[in-house]
Ligand binder design. Structure first.
Ligand code: SF4
Length: 350
């Protein structure tokens, strides 16, 4: 859905800009060296926008150091204290995450809105089902999607009152269905870009599934402009999972798209190992190519006809095929090497 566009540094969010992947630094806020090291790793892993907690003035120095060390936009995560938002802006933050309704007096909200406007810095309002305002909770009885939206709208109204419109909204819950419904309601109601996430989603496997269902389901319907996969794991994993999620639903095309069969009684080679090794050995390829790793010569080339190139296993040997056409027979122990060589020569031609 077409929304307004805002910029975190040079990175566009909304209005059809490519969906970006975000993560958050998970090193104690005063550990400058640790935060810089992790920020560089996350940038390297493909993180598009990086958030850092700013719980006090000392942490603003960490933000400044991380900003110096990286070239991706940095988001200052602020709770309650508007001075931390102002200091973070002065230290170079490219985006602020703060809920204006929690800042206190309106002149403080105005000060943050004015300072952000002056620098062209957007504000993300981050509504979380676990910390809704008491009055809203009383009205709805529990953190329903409608309650989350009402909270978001009240924070938005405060910023709009001070002529601030570079807004991004998130409405996160750990309940996938509630999260999805809240974002659907928001997409119908507001013109601002949406930051998608299922919060406290859990450890890697379940967190990935819940994020894929929630974030993926929304993105497939055109809702959402930037995402964070929230995992109880290394933030590098969040970024990798976010990138893979975008790739899985066809919103990112760079790199190889692997097609591999589930194996069956016809399989006579170690296809699982072969598929995993192929993913590893071709992970550096940035070109848009589909590669199939199939279990048998009888059905493999045909079932993976749409793949640009692939291998299919036989008995002690296999075949290399392109667009479903068998090119040559190869001994099993050479299958992967020859596939990699063939892909390398294809990408130099592309
Ligand atoms: Fe079975 Fe062959 Fe199909 Fe793989 S490609 S699932 S081995 S029939």
């Amino acid at each position: 859905m077409k929304t307004k566009q805002v910029f975190a540094g040079k990175t566009a969010i909304g209005a059809g800009a490519p969906v970006t992947v975000q993560s958050m630094l998970a090193v104690p806020a005063h550990d400058q060296a640790g935060n810089i090291a992790q920020a560089k790793q996350l940038e390297q892993a493909g993180c598009d926008i990086l958030r850092i907690s700013v719980p006090d003035l000392e942490a603003v120095k960490t933000l400044a150091a991380v900003k110096q060390a990286c070239s991706i936009p940095i988001v200052a995560d602020i709770h309650f204290d508007y001075r931390l938002a102002l200091e973070s802006l002065a230290a170079g933050a490219d985006k602020i995450r703060i809920n204006p309704g929690n800042i206190g007096q309106e002149d403080k909200v105005k000060a943050v809105a004015d300072a952000c406007r002056l620098r062209g810095v957007p504000i993300r309002i981050g509504v979380n089902a676990g910390s809704l305002e008491k009055s809203i909770l009383q009205k709805y009885g529990s953190p329903t999607p409608e309650a989350m939206l009402e909270s978001g709208l009240s924070h938005i109204a405060l910023l709009e009152k001070f002529d601030f419109f570079d807004i991004v909204l998130s409405l996160k819950s750990s309940d996938v269905q509630k999260t999805v419904r809240a974002y659907e309601l928001a997409a119908e109601k507001i013109p601002y870009p949406l930051h998608l996430g299922v919060t406290e989603a859990g450890t890697a496997t379940m967190g990935t599934l819940r994020s894929a269902a929630g974030i993926g389901g929304l993105l497939l319907r055109g809702i959402g402009d930037t995402i964070r996969v929230s995992l109880t794991d290394d933030p590098i994993k969040e970024v990798e999972t976010g990138k893979l999620l975008l790739k899985a639903i066809g919103l990112r095309n760079e790199g190889i798209r692997f097609i591999s069969c589930p194996t069956c009684g016809r399989t006579k080679i170690d296809l699982i190992r072969l598929a995993k090794d192929a993913e590893k050995r071709l992970s550096h390829v940035q070109k848009n190519l589909s590669v199939a790793i199939m279990g048998c010569v009888v059905n493999g080339p045909g079932e993976a006809r749409e793949a640009d190139i692939g291998i299919a296993g036989g008995d002690g040997c296999g075949v290399l095929f392109k667009k479903g056409e068998i090119i040559r027979k190869i001994p099993e122990d050479r299958l992967l090497d020859e596939l990699v060589q063939e892909v390398e020569s294809m990408i130099t031609e592309l």
